[in-house]
Structures are given as C-alpha cells and as structure tokens.
Design a protein around this ligand. Structure first.
Ligand SMILES: [Zn+2]
Length: 425
C-alpha cells in the first residue's frame, strides 16, 4: 500500500516531533519514522473500515480530518503547544490515551500491536463522536472503539484487518481481553448488559470494563440474529435516536438475548464460531408423561430441547449415538459420555451438558451448566427451558459431525423404562 504524506520536522529542545499528514490524519509524533509510517498505514486502513460501517463523516464534520499525537515524551509536546495541560494531567493517571472532538493524544506503547490498537481506539472515538447529538452510552462508545481497534496482520500481505474476532491471541500482544473475561468468569461473574453499562460508573478505570464492553459489541456485531440491529445503531451516532433504536432493534428480545449472551461470554475463545454457536429458539412445552426424544448435533452450540422443566423436579436424560469431534490427525469418535483426553470448561470433550433458560435473566453469575453424559439427571434450580449441547470449544464446531439422540423423561422411573441401562448402538 502506498501512502502519500508530507513531512515537516521542527527540532525542539530535548527531542524531535515530526508532523505527518495523510488525507484524513495529521499525526504529530516523536516515534521512529518507520513506526510513524506503520501508524499512518494502519490509520488509513481503519478509516476505510469506519467508512464502510458508518458511512463517511458529513461534509461539515470535524472528523473529516483527525489530528493525533503519539508521544514518547509528552513534555516535549506540551512545550510545543500540542498537548493541553488538562489532557497532560489526564494522561499522567491510569489512562494511556484520550480523545477530544477530532483530536487525540496517546502515550507511545511498547508493542507495535498495542500502538496501533490504542491509536485506532482513540481515533474511532474521534470518528464517531464529532457528528453532534447527545453523548452516546459509554458501553457502546468504548465497546465499539475496542471492536475496531482489535485487529490482525495478514502474515502474507502485511495488511491490517481492523474490527475482527482474533483467532489466535498470540498475534495480539498486550491485548488480553479474553483472558480478563476468563478470570472474571472463574471468579463467578458474567455481567448482563445492565451491569456492563453500570460498570462505566462504578469500574470505569478497569480494563475489564473495556473487555466486557468489547465482547458484548463483538457478540452483537457477529451474531446472525443481532448483527443487522447492531449495525443499525451505527446509523444513529448523531441524530438523537440511538436509545430508541437500541430498544427497537435489540430490546424486545432482551431476556433471550441476555441468556444467550451469558452462555457465549462464559465460553468465549479466540475464533469463536458465532454462526454455529447461535441459538435457534423454538416453541416450548412441558414434558409429556411419556417423555420425549430430541437430537443434539455435534456441530452446533447450545440447542433448545423445547422442554419446559420445573424447579426441583428431576429430569432424566439418556443419550445414544456416536459422533465425530475432529478429523485430524484421525477421527475422534465420541459418545455423550465424552472423551477424556481433552477437556473444555473442566469436562471431557463430547460430553452431553445441559443448562436451563430461566424466564427472567436476573443474575450476573455464569449460567449453571450441568454435566450429564450418556445417562444423566438434572434437578433444575429454576423453572425454564432445557438446552443441551455436546461439550467442545465454541471455536471448534465446524469439524464436528454427527449427533446424539436424547430421551428425556421425568426423573421418577416409569414402568418399563430401560433408562438405567447404558445405551448401545
Ligand atoms: Zn475510549
């Protein structure tokens, strides 16, 4: 990619700040010229990504030209009149970057990845917030800034791809968002949307708050049911209709949405397969006295049984059939008991697991996933709809084939029931 830029240098006491200029960015920086060129190229790619998503900034918008400072020695920028005192003081705290209107400032970062990430984070704010209108909610502004900032570099072409779900966290040194979420999940927290938005008043300094907002936006942007609605939000950056649009495109399904979000967040991994993990909700009914049979596919995430269970009333599940979990290096054939040489979420891959969707999602704790295996019993802690899946990383569903058939009966043994015998086929 070839970029044209003008370079104007002016020597300063104790360092040199160089001014670079492209069509949409004026960059003042004291990083090495090679690093500056890399940043200009990254900005140019990010700009195209924003325009594709939100449309170009309106003709009178200040965001048509963003002015940024990437600073190794902020004091030099201060002396050169490029860094207002209030911003300088802000950057002396926990935050490495700050935007204001069409301008941003950031402290230089250790890795090239995080340099680009932080620059595009701040510049995304510039691009999105200079269209007038009321201030948009922090979960959305910060989540979206993180969404676009998260990027990979194509190893063959060297091109940047902004706004992606990473498939390998090692390509994103210093990013660590998924690890932060995993730690929170282990500590017993998977925030619902209500809590994510509240964290911006109670824990706005914590990087975890950025991680959760990113993940929520990523989930909405990638989910087959919600992606159109999420995109629609981006059409209301400055017209004062954001809240109405949020309610219209996402609010009506909020309990269903929160249930699915918490399940996805609990197991979010690099390369998360949003399409195969997406839940198909179906009409539900109480379990009939004779029980029912359902099929659970190995290449999907959580699947509705359509069975409504009652709090404290036992349900018995017997699964039969074999399926393939991976093809390489050779087919891994499993039953619903699972295969115990690899684990996900503390359980063998392939193991049948269950979860109950409550009528209202009221908790910020990880959903209670119950290990069932080939013959399992579930005592629901809440009334609701039973969902099943065959345990696997939600990034590795596409190489699975086959299914199991699950017989679901009430926990009290029926006359003639053979559910205590191991299923064979
Ligand atoms: Zn921000």
């Amino acid at each position: 990619m070839v970029l044209g830029w003008h370079v104007l240098s002016f020597p300063l006491l104790g360092g040199e700040i160089t001014r670079y200029e492209t069509g949409h960015l004026v960059l003042h920086t004291d990083v090495k010229p090679k690093t500056a060129r890399m940043l200009l190229q990254a900005f140019d790619t990010a700009w195209k990504t924003w325009v594709a998503e939100f449309g170009p900034p309106p003709g009178n918008s200040a965001a048509r030209r963003i002015i940024g400072c990437v600073m190794v020695r902020p004091e030099d920028f201060s002396r050169a009149g490029l860094l207002p005192r209030s911003i300088e003081e802000f950057l002396e705290g926990d935050h490495p970057g700050k935007h204001q209107g069409h301008r941003f400032w950031m402290k230089d970062q250790e890795s090239d990845y995080y340099r680009r990430h932080l620059m595009v984070h701040e510049a995304t704010h510039c691009f999105m917030t200079t269209r007038g209108g009321p201030v948009l909610p922090a979960w959305y502004l910060e989540g979206t800034a993180e969404l676009y900032a998260t990027h990979v570099v194509d190893p063959r072409t060297g091109r940047f791809h902004f706004g992606v779900m990473p498939t390998d966290s090692r390509q994103l040194p210093g990013w660590g968002r998924l690890g932060m979420m995993r730690r929170d999940v282990r500590r017993g927290r998977v925030p619902r949307f209500e809590l994510i938005s509240r964290l911006w008043t109670t824990e706005h300094n914590k990087i975890e708050t950025y991680a959760w907002s990113w993940a929520y936006c990523r989930f909405l942007a990638s989910h087959p049911t919600y992606s159109t609605g999420f995109r629609e939000l981006g059409k209301h950056l400055g017209d004062g209709k954001f809240d109405v649009a949020l309610e219209r495109v996402l609010g009506s399904r909020s309990d269903v949405l929160q249930f699915e979000w918490q399940l996805a967040a609990r197991d979010m991994v690099p390369g998360f397969d949003f399409r195969r993990a997406a839940i198909r909700f179906i009409r539900s009914a109480p379990l009939s006295p004779g029980g029912t049979m359902v099929v659970v596919a190995a290449d999907r995430g959580w699947q509705s049984t359509g069975v409504r269970v009652e709090k404290g009333v036992n349900v018995k599940l017997v699964a039969s059939g074999r399926f393939i979990l991976a093809r390489e290096p050779r087919p891994w054939i499993s039953t619903a008991a699972g295969i115990s040489f690899r684990y996900h979420a503390g359980l063998p891959l392939g193991r049948l697991v269950g979860v109950v969707q409550p009528d209202r999602v009221t908790s910020d704790k990880p959903p209670r996933v119950v290990s069932l295996g080939s013959q399992g019993k579930l005592v629901p802690e809440t009334s609701g709809i039973l969902f099943l899946r065959l345990n696997d990383f939600l990034s590795e569903l596409s190489d699975n084939t086959g299914s199991v058939t699950v017989r679901i009966t009430t926990g009290t043994d029926q006359p003639g029931s053979d559910s205590d015998n191991a299923p064979t086929r």
